[in-house]
Design a protein around this ligand. Structure first.
Ligand code: MRU
Length: 352
């Protein structure tokens, strides 16, 4: 059976199914989400993670959350829709794709309410909207891969941080889509994978995806990236994004900023691969991006083992912001933005 990161099982009375990414790579197990609390917990606990994937999961989460109210009166059903959207929006703060997907579901619900649709017709239309968000993401990832692969040379070393692959999206990924597409085109790459402390998305998830596709890869600790670059092993860096401000400043997994500065110091191009729904043009710069802070236990008791003394003060921001000046280009499904600044970003969005 082909495992999918996210899928909807059944019809209108069906449910959301996710690969529980906290168990990878040791165990490949699916999690059935039959109520909105399970979807909320799955997002918060990173059972489903990666900016596009949490947006897609939340869109289906709205449908799961509305199922118990399908026999309620019309206005009650639509009131519940607003509450469920607001609830899911509190699951994680940084990836804007979550809020983008929920806003789209909310807008659809409003239109259905205005059109006086019955709860069961509205639920069917909302499920169709979630499926559309899911399918559009799949197509966007492939387009990102096609644009990005052109930027990579045959026989080059590339480095990535965190996981921006199929597990973080509907299928092919963003940063990893660039590598997968280059491979499909016959290019030979060697991927250096930052393990990505503290939750090891690189080691657990990216290394797993690359192994499945038989792409040569070497796992390194985050602190080794500078040495690997200095040894001349890396010709390009490609990472994903959780939120991109109007000036191109980019939030991504903690540690990305350090990699960008290192790439700059070594004259290595640093690329961000992200769909246009990862941009938040309402924010003038990266200073305004909310950065999620996660529990101290992720650092002091990573994967169940105590690795720091009791009572030590911990700071655990889950994301950082890379200033636009370190980004050579942003690879989107609509094309490549380079140089990266307010004007070039506005120009891409002005094109229909
Ligand atoms: O905390 P996570 O695992 O959700 O963080 C994920 C990342 O930072 C990814 O690089 C980003 O979401 C891009 S996914 C295509």
């Amino acid at each position: 059976m082909k495992l999918e990161t996210i899928r909807w099982s059944g019809e209108l009375d069906g449910h959301l199914v996710l690969i529980d990414q906290t168990l990878l790579p040791g165990e490949t197990k699916e999690l059935a989400c039959r109520d909105v609390d399970t979807v909320f917990e799955a997002i918060r606990a990173l059972r489903v993670r990666g900016a596009p994937a949490i947006g897609i999961a939340a869109a289906y989460g709205v449908c799961v959350g509305l199922q118990p109210f399908v026999h309620d009166r019309q206005h009650e059903f639509f009131d519940r829709a607003v509450e469920i959207v607001e609830y899911l929006a509190t699951s994680r703060p940084t990836a804007v794709n979550l809020f983008w997907a929920l806003a789209r579901m909310q807008a659809k619900a409003q239109a259905l309410q205005l059109a006086r649709k019955s709860p069961s017709l509205a639920l069917a239309a909302l499920l169709a909207e979630a499926r559309a968000i899911h399918e559009e993401d799949r197509l966007m990832c492939h387009a990102i891969g096609r644009y990005g692969a052109e930027l990579l040379s045959n026989n080059s070393g590339v480095l990535t941080h965190c996981n921006a692959g199929g597990l973080a999206t509907s299928e092919y990924g963003t940063a990893l889509s660039v590598f997968f597409t280059a491979q499909d085109q016959g290019k030979q790459l060697h991927v250096f994978v930052d393990e990505t402390r503290p939750l090891l998305q690189g080691a657990r998830l990216t290394a797993w995806e690359l192994a499945q596709r038989k792409i040569p890869a070497t796992l390194i600790c985050d602190s080794m990236a500078g040495q690997v670059m200095r040894e001349g092993r890396v010709q390009a860096v490609v990472v994903g994004a959780d939120r991109i401000a109007a000036n191109g400043d980019t939030a991504n997994k903690i540690g990305t900023y350090s990699v960008a500065v290192l790439a700059h110091a070594h004259g290595i191009p640093f690329y961000v691969a992200a769909p246009t729904n990862t941009f938040d043009l309402a924010l003038a710069s990266g200073d305004e991006i909310p950065i999620e802070e996660r529990s101290a236990a992720e650092i002091t008791h990573g994967f169940g083992k105590q690795t720091a003394p009791d009572g030590i003060h911990v700071y655990n921001p889950a994301f950082d912001v890379t200033p636009a000046r370190y980004i050579q280009a942003i690879i989107t499904e609509r094309g490549v933005i380079a140089p990266v600044d307010r004007d070039t970003i506005a120009k891409l969005f002005a094109q229909q």
